[in-house]
Design a protein around this ligand. Structure first.
Ligand code: PAF
Length: 281
Protein backbone atom coordinates (compact mmCIF):
# COMPACT_ATOMS: atom_id res chain seq x y z
CA UNK A 1 0.00 0.00 0.00
CA UNK A 2 1.37 3.41 -0.93
CA UNK A 3 0.80 6.42 1.34
CA UNK A 4 0.77 10.00 0.06
CA UNK A 5 0.59 13.21 2.05
CA UNK A 6 0.92 15.59 -0.91
CA UNK A 7 -1.25 16.14 -3.95
CA UNK A 8 1.31 16.35 -6.77
CA UNK A 9 3.13 13.02 -6.18
CA UNK A 10 -0.25 11.33 -5.75
CA UNK A 11 -1.54 12.74 -9.03
CA UNK A 12 1.63 11.58 -10.80
CA UNK A 13 1.26 8.08 -9.44
CA UNK A 14 -2.42 7.91 -10.39
CA UNK A 15 -1.59 9.12 -13.90
CA UNK A 16 0.99 6.31 -14.21
CA UNK A 17 -1.56 3.73 -13.11
CA UNK A 18 -4.16 5.12 -15.49
CA UNK A 19 -1.60 4.99 -18.34
CA UNK A 20 -1.17 1.28 -17.53
CA UNK A 21 -4.91 0.89 -18.15
CA UNK A 22 -5.83 0.45 -14.48
CA UNK A 23 -9.26 1.53 -13.28
CA UNK A 24 -9.40 3.57 -10.08
CA UNK A 25 -11.96 3.37 -7.29
CA UNK A 26 -12.06 6.07 -4.64
CA UNK A 27 -13.34 6.05 -1.07
CA UNK A 28 -13.40 9.44 0.70
CA UNK A 29 -13.23 9.26 4.50
CA UNK A 30 -12.55 11.39 7.54
CA UNK A 31 -10.68 8.52 9.19
CA UNK A 32 -11.63 6.75 12.44
CA UNK A 33 -12.37 3.91 10.07
CA UNK A 34 -14.83 1.14 10.86
CA UNK A 35 -16.40 -1.78 9.04
CA UNK A 36 -18.72 0.58 7.16
CA UNK A 37 -15.67 2.12 5.49
CA UNK A 38 -14.20 -1.34 4.98
CA UNK A 39 -17.35 -2.35 3.08
CA UNK A 40 -16.75 0.59 0.69
CA UNK A 41 -13.12 -0.49 0.21
CA UNK A 42 -14.26 -4.05 -0.49
CA UNK A 43 -16.79 -2.86 -3.07
CA UNK A 44 -14.16 -0.69 -4.70
CA UNK A 45 -11.70 -3.60 -4.77
CA UNK A 46 -14.32 -5.75 -6.49
CA UNK A 47 -15.09 -3.14 -9.14
CA UNK A 48 -11.66 -1.58 -9.83
CA UNK A 49 -7.97 -2.46 -10.28
CA UNK A 50 -6.83 0.15 -7.77
CA UNK A 51 -8.56 1.44 -4.62
CA UNK A 52 -7.51 4.83 -3.30
CA UNK A 53 -8.75 6.04 0.09
CA UNK A 54 -8.50 9.58 1.43
CA UNK A 55 -8.29 10.27 5.15
CA UNK A 56 -8.94 13.92 5.86
CA UNK A 57 -10.97 15.52 8.64
CA UNK A 58 -12.29 18.40 6.59
CA UNK A 59 -12.57 21.51 8.78
CA UNK A 60 -14.81 23.40 6.35
CA UNK A 61 -17.73 21.01 6.81
CA UNK A 62 -17.90 21.41 10.60
CA UNK A 63 -20.19 24.18 11.70
CA UNK A 64 -19.26 23.53 15.32
CA UNK A 65 -15.68 24.02 16.54
CA UNK A 66 -16.02 21.59 19.45
CA UNK A 67 -17.34 18.89 17.11
CA UNK A 68 -14.27 19.34 14.86
CA UNK A 69 -11.86 19.19 17.81
CA UNK A 70 -13.58 16.13 19.26
CA UNK A 71 -13.77 14.25 15.96
CA UNK A 72 -11.89 10.94 16.50
CA UNK A 73 -8.51 10.67 14.78
CA UNK A 74 -6.24 7.64 14.61
CA UNK A 75 -4.18 7.62 11.42
CA UNK A 76 -1.98 4.68 12.43
CA UNK A 77 -4.93 2.36 13.14
CA UNK A 78 -6.66 3.56 9.95
CA UNK A 79 -3.61 2.77 7.82
CA UNK A 80 -3.34 -0.64 9.43
CA UNK A 81 -7.02 -1.42 8.72
CA UNK A 82 -6.69 -0.28 5.11
CA UNK A 83 -3.58 -2.39 4.61
CA UNK A 84 -5.41 -5.44 6.01
CA UNK A 85 -8.29 -4.79 3.62
CA UNK A 86 -6.08 -4.40 0.57
CA UNK A 87 -6.48 -0.76 -0.29
CA UNK A 88 -3.71 0.27 -2.71
CA UNK A 89 -3.32 3.97 -2.05
CA UNK A 90 -3.92 6.17 0.99
CA UNK A 91 -4.02 9.95 0.75
CA UNK A 92 -3.73 11.64 4.15
CA UNK A 93 -3.09 15.34 3.53
CA UNK A 94 -2.63 18.08 6.12
CA UNK A 95 -5.14 20.93 6.16
CA UNK A 96 -2.50 23.24 4.63
CA UNK A 97 -2.10 20.85 1.67
CA UNK A 98 -5.83 20.79 0.91
CA UNK A 99 -6.43 24.46 1.70
CA UNK A 100 -3.24 26.47 1.03
CA UNK A 101 -5.63 29.42 0.80
CA UNK A 102 -9.10 29.63 2.33
CA UNK A 103 -11.69 28.06 0.04
CA UNK A 104 -14.33 30.72 -0.50
CA UNK A 105 -16.33 28.84 -3.12
CA UNK A 106 -20.08 28.89 -2.54
CA UNK A 107 -21.93 25.97 -4.09
CA UNK A 108 -25.53 26.59 -5.08
CA UNK A 109 -26.96 23.11 -4.72
CA UNK A 110 -30.60 24.04 -4.33
CA UNK A 111 -33.49 22.41 -2.47
CA UNK A 112 -31.83 19.03 -1.87
CA UNK A 113 -29.22 20.72 0.35
CA UNK A 114 -31.60 23.04 2.15
CA UNK A 115 -33.63 20.55 4.18
CA UNK A 116 -32.62 18.36 7.15
CA UNK A 117 -28.80 18.43 7.61
CA UNK A 118 -28.70 21.56 5.46
CA UNK A 119 -31.12 23.28 7.80
CA UNK A 120 -29.64 22.07 11.08
CA UNK A 121 -25.95 22.34 10.11
CA UNK A 122 -25.66 25.58 8.12
CA UNK A 123 -22.57 25.57 5.87
CA UNK A 124 -22.02 21.83 6.31
CA UNK A 125 -22.86 20.82 2.76
CA UNK A 126 -20.91 23.72 1.29
CA UNK A 127 -17.85 22.35 3.10
CA UNK A 128 -18.61 18.83 1.87
CA UNK A 129 -18.86 20.15 -1.72
CA UNK A 130 -15.56 22.03 -1.32
CA UNK A 131 -13.62 19.00 -0.17
CA UNK A 132 -15.32 16.38 -2.34
CA UNK A 133 -14.87 18.47 -5.50
CA UNK A 134 -11.16 18.87 -4.65
CA UNK A 135 -10.74 15.17 -3.91
CA UNK A 136 -12.55 14.07 -7.08
CA UNK A 137 -10.38 16.43 -9.13
CA UNK A 138 -7.23 14.98 -7.55
CA UNK A 139 -8.25 11.33 -7.82
CA UNK A 140 -10.18 11.44 -11.12
CA UNK A 141 -11.65 8.04 -10.18
CA UNK A 142 -13.67 5.78 -12.44
CA UNK A 143 -15.93 5.11 -9.46
CA UNK A 144 -16.36 6.92 -6.14
CA UNK A 145 -18.10 5.13 -3.26
CA UNK A 146 -20.18 6.78 -0.54
CA UNK A 147 -22.14 5.19 2.30
CA UNK A 148 -25.89 5.57 2.41
CA UNK A 149 -25.85 6.39 6.12
CA UNK A 150 -25.19 9.95 4.95
CA UNK A 151 -28.17 9.67 2.65
CA UNK A 152 -28.60 13.37 1.95
CA UNK A 153 -24.86 13.85 1.42
CA UNK A 154 -24.95 11.49 -1.58
CA UNK A 155 -27.82 13.44 -3.15
CA UNK A 156 -25.88 16.69 -2.58
CA UNK A 157 -22.67 15.25 -4.07
CA UNK A 158 -24.53 13.97 -7.14
CA UNK A 159 -26.05 17.42 -7.68
CA UNK A 160 -22.69 19.15 -7.12
CA UNK A 161 -20.94 16.88 -9.63
CA UNK A 162 -23.66 17.38 -12.25
CA UNK A 163 -23.68 21.15 -11.85
CA UNK A 164 -20.04 22.02 -11.12
CA UNK A 165 -17.98 19.18 -12.58
CA UNK A 166 -19.37 18.65 -16.10
CA UNK A 167 -16.10 17.01 -17.24
CA UNK A 168 -16.10 14.45 -14.45
CA UNK A 169 -16.39 11.04 -16.10
CA UNK A 170 -16.59 8.82 -13.00
CA UNK A 171 -19.64 7.32 -11.33
CA UNK A 172 -20.89 8.20 -7.86
CA UNK A 173 -21.90 4.93 -6.25
CA UNK A 174 -24.14 4.69 -3.21
CA UNK A 175 -23.51 1.72 -0.88
CA UNK A 176 -25.86 0.24 1.74
CA UNK A 177 -25.62 1.19 5.42
CA UNK A 178 -23.47 -1.18 7.44
CA UNK A 179 -24.97 -2.05 10.84
CA UNK A 180 -23.80 -3.83 13.98
CA UNK A 181 -25.50 -7.21 14.45
CA UNK A 182 -27.97 -5.51 16.83
CA UNK A 183 -28.91 -2.88 14.21
CA UNK A 184 -26.89 0.19 15.24
CA UNK A 185 -25.62 2.00 12.13
CA UNK A 186 -21.81 2.06 12.11
CA UNK A 187 -20.42 5.55 12.63
CA UNK A 188 -17.08 7.00 13.72
CA UNK A 189 -19.09 8.96 16.29
CA UNK A 190 -20.19 5.74 18.04
CA UNK A 191 -16.75 5.81 19.70
CA UNK A 192 -17.98 8.70 21.83
CA UNK A 193 -20.84 6.70 23.37
CA UNK A 194 -20.64 5.39 26.94
CA UNK A 195 -21.87 1.83 27.54
CA UNK A 196 -25.16 3.26 28.74
CA UNK A 197 -25.51 5.57 25.72
CA UNK A 198 -24.63 2.69 23.39
CA UNK A 199 -27.68 0.82 24.73
CA UNK A 200 -29.83 3.91 24.18
CA UNK A 201 -28.52 4.37 20.61
CA UNK A 202 -29.99 1.03 19.67
CA UNK A 203 -33.48 2.47 19.98
CA UNK A 204 -32.84 4.64 16.89
CA UNK A 205 -32.52 1.76 14.42
CA UNK A 206 -35.15 -0.29 16.28
CA UNK A 207 -37.59 2.59 15.87
CA UNK A 208 -36.80 2.93 12.16
CA UNK A 209 -37.22 -0.80 11.54
CA UNK A 210 -40.57 -0.75 13.32
CA UNK A 211 -41.67 2.34 11.37
CA UNK A 212 -40.86 0.54 8.12
CA UNK A 213 -42.95 -2.41 9.26
CA UNK A 214 -45.82 -0.04 10.05
CA UNK A 215 -45.45 1.63 6.67
CA UNK A 216 -45.51 -1.76 4.91
CA UNK A 217 -48.83 -2.39 6.68
CA UNK A 218 -50.25 0.91 5.45
CA UNK A 219 -49.58 3.42 8.27
CA UNK A 220 -49.94 7.07 7.31
CA UNK A 221 -47.10 9.57 7.40
CA UNK A 222 -48.57 11.18 10.54
CA UNK A 223 -48.85 7.82 12.29
CA UNK A 224 -45.21 7.06 11.50
CA UNK A 225 -43.91 10.43 12.67
CA UNK A 226 -46.00 10.27 15.87
CA UNK A 227 -44.72 6.78 16.59
CA UNK A 228 -41.06 7.74 15.98
CA UNK A 229 -41.29 10.84 18.20
CA UNK A 230 -42.93 8.86 21.01
CA UNK A 231 -40.51 5.98 20.76
CA UNK A 232 -37.37 8.15 20.91
CA UNK A 233 -38.85 10.14 23.81
CA UNK A 234 -39.02 6.99 25.95
CA UNK A 235 -35.22 7.04 26.46
CA UNK A 236 -33.86 9.75 28.73
CA UNK A 237 -30.44 9.77 26.97
CA UNK A 238 -31.98 10.53 23.58
CA UNK A 239 -33.14 13.86 22.21
CA UNK A 240 -34.66 13.96 18.74
CA UNK A 241 -33.34 16.78 16.55
CA UNK A 242 -35.51 15.97 13.56
CA UNK A 243 -37.33 13.20 11.79
CA UNK A 244 -38.39 13.73 8.19
CA UNK A 245 -40.15 11.51 5.72
CA UNK A 246 -38.99 12.66 2.31
CA UNK A 247 -38.95 11.76 -1.36
CA UNK A 248 -35.96 9.45 -1.79
CA UNK A 249 -34.51 11.45 -4.71
CA UNK A 250 -35.42 15.09 -4.09
CA UNK A 251 -35.43 14.81 -0.26
CA UNK A 252 -38.38 17.16 -0.18
CA UNK A 253 -41.22 16.54 2.29
CA UNK A 254 -44.02 14.36 0.99
CA UNK A 255 -47.48 15.86 0.94
CA UNK A 256 -50.46 13.57 1.33
CA UNK A 257 -50.24 9.79 1.09
CA UNK A 258 -46.90 8.06 1.45
CA UNK A 259 -45.57 6.84 -1.87
CA UNK A 260 -43.32 3.77 -1.99
CA UNK A 261 -40.22 5.80 -2.84
CA UNK A 262 -39.77 7.57 0.49
CA UNK A 263 -36.94 7.68 2.99
CA UNK A 264 -37.16 8.34 6.72
CA UNK A 265 -34.19 10.39 7.92
CA UNK A 266 -33.58 10.90 11.60
CA UNK A 267 -31.06 12.76 13.75
CA UNK A 268 -30.86 12.15 17.46
CA UNK A 269 -28.56 13.42 20.19
CA UNK A 270 -27.44 10.59 22.45
CA UNK A 271 -25.99 12.60 25.32
CA UNK A 272 -23.72 15.01 23.42
CA UNK A 273 -23.18 12.70 20.44
CA UNK A 274 -25.15 13.49 17.31
CA UNK A 275 -26.22 10.33 15.49
CA UNK A 276 -27.93 10.07 12.11
CA UNK A 277 -29.69 7.15 10.51
CA UNK A 278 -32.25 6.50 7.78
CA UNK A 279 -34.35 3.80 6.18
CA UNK A 280 -35.91 3.48 2.74
CA UNK A 281 -39.60 2.66 2.69
O1 PAF B 1 -18.88 11.28 4.80
C1 PAF B 1 -17.77 11.71 5.16
O2 PAF B 1 -17.01 11.07 5.88
C2 PAF B 1 -17.34 13.09 4.70
O3 PAF B 1 -18.41 13.97 4.65
C3 PAF B 1 -16.57 13.08 3.37
C4 PAF B 1 -17.44 12.59 2.23
C5 PAF B 1 -15.34 12.19 3.50
C6 PAF B 1 -16.10 14.50 3.04
O4 PAF B 1 -15.26 15.00 4.02
Amino acid sequence: MEIFYEIEPLKKRLAQLRAQGKSIGFVATMGALHLGHVSLVEKSNQDNDITAVSIFVNPTQFNNKEDLEKYPRNLEADIHLLEENEADIVFAPAVSEMYPQPDNRQFEIGAVAEVMEGKYRPGHFNGVCQVVSKLLNIMEPDNAYFGQKDYQQIAVIRTMVKKYMPDFKGKIISCPIKRESDGLALSSRNQHLSADQRVSALLISKTLFKAKEMSDKGATQKELVDYIKKSIATDANLCLEYVEIADKDTLQPIKGDLPKNAVICITVYDGKTRLIDNILL
